[in-house]
Ligand binder design. Structure first.
Ligand SMILES: [Zn+2]
Length: 392
């Protein structure tokens, strides 16, 4: 089965390439923000829906205006891709996976996506449209031999590092079937607790970085506006931010790969993280562990390797229900880590009991006529099952 897989590398642009990329990023950001305004105004002022095609037609007109000639100085492909990114952001919003699309900021991460017509790949060198030299890529792992990249995304993070993400259609072989099923629960003391009692990832691991971040932020606040020292302090804050993000991503990838390799069926709760973050005492811990991103990784890796991910409805009372007798407790305060079931007297570790319930709920779904197939299964009746192709 052909799957999409992205390979991400750091690269080091020349002075000239940096300037070209800066212009490209600026144009992409401009087009994205312009189209977001167009779509928002179309709806709120005229009650009309404007989709990708509509924005693409308007962009063609916009580029003919005298005061927008600068948009013609860069490759047109990434500008169209910016419209597609916006369209995807709207689709995620319509389908309840994300909030309303936001404007891209000048000081945030910058990116531009090149479709196949806007770059050349000769097997060793990657050259972007309008550039006359290939990118100086640090190949931290090899690309599969003879691959044909379909899309290339270049980005610059807030610590001013450049990355290129190369998307391939790859034939990924399913892993041999294993006879193991597992339920996962999101913990606070540990990132993941499994139904067989294993714990992974201590959020405190990231807390050390956060202390450093808070310190750097305090130093930044004291620096005079516009001073050289302030610029230096801001770069330091950005570097710590990106290091935290890098470490978290690495950790999540290693853990999701391991869990998918070891289990045939993985059951998780499709937590509404957005709702949980509203509870401020929990907010930091939840955003720390990044459950949503972790579940997304499990989902596409399950699809790659022929495993099944079962998502349990978020209203399932996994932590309040006694796994042994089914007794349901009154609301359980988060500070309570172990409890004794009034129904049967079993003493439960809160998180392990929850993980076992998640597994049982997942097994009930797969036993009730849902066919076992690679990818994700949702438990909500009537909702279409979806296998999401994904990147990275
Ligand atoms: Zn019980």
């Amino acid at each position: 089965m052909q799957q999409k897989k992205a390979y991400r590398y750091r690269f080091y642009p020349t002075e000239e390439q940096q300037q070209m990329l800066a212009r490209m990023f600026g144009c992409c950001r401009y087009v994205y923000n312009w189209a977001l305004r167009q779509r928002t105004d179309a709806y709120y002022q005229h009650g009309q829906h404007l989709y990708y095609e509509g924005t693409a037609q308007r962009l063609t007109v916009l580029k003919k205006h005298d005061d927008h000639q600068w948009l013609n100085e860069v490759s047109s492909v990434p500008l169209q891709q910016a419209l597609r990114h916006l369209d995807k952001a709207f689709r995620n919003f319509y389908e309840g996976r994300a909030g309303y699309p936001k404007f891209h900021k000048k000081h945030g991460e910058q990116a531009a996506t090149y479709a196949a017509s806007a770059f050349t790949w000769d097997g060793t060198l990657l050259t972007l449209a309008k550039m006359n030299a290939p990118l100086d890529i640090h190949w931290s792992r090899p690309l599969p031999h003879g691959c044909k990249p379909t899309t290339v995304t270049v980005s610059k993070d807030t610590a001013h590092r450049y990355f290129v993400s190369i998307l391939l259609e790859e034939d990924i072989k399913p892993l041999p079937v294993v006879n193991k099923q597992v339920g996962l629960d999101l913990g606070l003391k540990s990132m993941v607790i499994t139904s067989d009692g294993q714990t992974y990832g201590n959020p405190k691991y990231f807390a050390r970085d956060e202390k450093k971040l808070a310190q750097a932020q305090r130093r930044l606040a004291k620096k005079q506006k516009g001073s050289k020292n302030r610029a230096k302090a801001r770069r330091k804050v950005a570097r710590i931010h990106t290091r935290i993000a890098d470490r978290r991503r690495d950790y999540q990838h290693k853990l999701s790969t391991r869990i998918i390799h070891e289990n045939q069926v993985v059951c998780v709760e499709s937590l509404a993280v957005k709702n949980m973050v509203k509870n401020h005492s929990l907010a930091k811990a939840i955003s720390d562990v990044g459950w949503g991103e972790f579940v997304r990784q499990l989902e596409y890796k399950a699809a790659w390797y022929g495993r099944m991910l079962v998502k349990i409805d978020k209203f399932y009372p996994s932590s309040k229900r006694c796994f042994d007798c089914g007794h349901i407790l009154d609301p359980l305060d988060l500070s309570i880590r172990t409890w004794t079931c009034p129904g049967c007297g079993t003493v439960h570790d809160r998180d392990i009991n929850a993980a076992r319930n998640v597994l049982a709920a997942g097994q009930a779904v797969t036993a009730c006529g849902e066919s076992i197939r690679p990818g994700a299964v949702k438990t909500k009746p009537g909702s279409p099952r979806r296998t999401r192709k994904s990147h990275s």
